[in-house]
Design a binder for this molecule. Structure first.
Ligand code: CP
Ligand code: NVA
Length: 286
């Protein structure tokens, strides 16, 4: 049994196996078993892709809203994990504070899965790379440009996953909003035009992540000039557009790009379910 808290939980072969398993029948390793899905923040894709992935693996998902368990208020994160592991084969959580996930993982032998924290979104990175593989036919050597908030969950997990599989990631962020860590194969830039030159994939995420509402005004000012619009896309004529979603048209991306012919965001969203299946099977194999 293995936890999946961040991309650091994978080696290269693990990632390759999960991406391959996402596109084939891997049976029903959750037959007759439960999976707890704890959400401290809203979700459309993660809840639905996880629930359906659990069903496809033969299991039963139990959706738990933050008020029900009161992670860290009604009960400690550790006790929530210990309790849920009495009934479930796997405990998945979307948390405000990454440290709660680490506490949960440390409190139980049952595998704990990160469904997004402030620091990491490994399930998203798996779907991102599967989409890259499908669009380009390869991941190694793929040129991916990420424009926007480099210091968020989605960008960090994408950067770590690109580093493991040999994709080249160029991030363009305003000063003070870049990826704080140095990762092999990742170049941090300020100018979006420089980042997207010759890119195969142009990726962005929201400027204001969940839990950052107090910083919203400052962030919108800092990120003005970082919108992925048709002018930016045209700097690399062959590039596909990706976005983890939810998207804010008119902020980080223009409607013409996300709703246009070079956008693969719905394939990317569907891939959340296929990669979630393979990720849970990997965790259970241990
Ligand atoms: N991309 C993603 O995780 O979407 P949700 O927040 O809707 O789950
Ligand atoms: N960075 C975004 C991702 C949402 C899937 C957030 O944390 O809100």
């Amino acid at each position: 049994m293995r936890d999946l808290v961040s991309i650091a939980d994978f080696g290269r072969e693990d990632l390759e196996r999960i991406l391959a398993d996402s596109e084939r029948d891997i049976g029903r390793p959750l037959e007759g078993k439960g999976v707890a899905l704890v959400f401290q923040k809203p979700s459309a894709r993660t809840r639905n892709s996880m629930e359906m992935a659990v069903v496809q693996l033969g299991g039963h998902p139990v959706y738990i809203q933050k008020e029900e368990v009161g992670l860290g208020s009604r009960e400690t994160a550790e006790d929530v994990a210990r309790t849920l592991s009495c009934y479930h084969a796997l405990v998945a959580a979307r948390v405000m504070d990454h440290r709660d996930l680490l506490a949960m993982a440390g409190a139980t032998e049952t595998p704990v899965l990160n469904m997004l924290s402030d620091k990491a979104h490994p399930l998203q990175a798996l779907a991102d790379l599967l989409t890259v593989k499908q669009l380009l036919g390869r991941i190694e050597g793929a040129r991916i440009a990420y424009v926007g908030d480099g210091d968020n969950n989605v960008c960090r997990s994408l950067a770590e996953a690109c580093g493991l599989l040999g994709a080249e990631l160029r991030i363009a962020s305003p000063e003070g909003y870049g990826l704080p860590d140095s990762i092999e194969g990742v170049t941090q830039l300020v100018d979006p035009a420089e980042a997207v030159a010759a890119a195969d994939i142009i990726y962005t995420d929201v400027w204001v992540s969940m839990g950052q509402d107090e910083e919203a005004g400052a962030r919108r000012s800092a990120f003005a000039g970082y919108q992925v619009d048709e002018t930016l896309m045209d700097r690399s004529a062959h590039a596909w557009f990706l976005h983890c979603l939810p998207a804010h048209r008119g902020e980080e991306v223009s409607a013409a790009v996300i709703d246009g012919p070079r956008s693969a965001v719905w394939r990317q969203a569907e891939n959340r379910m296929h990669t979630a299946r393979a990720a849970m099977a990997w965790m259970l194999r241990g």
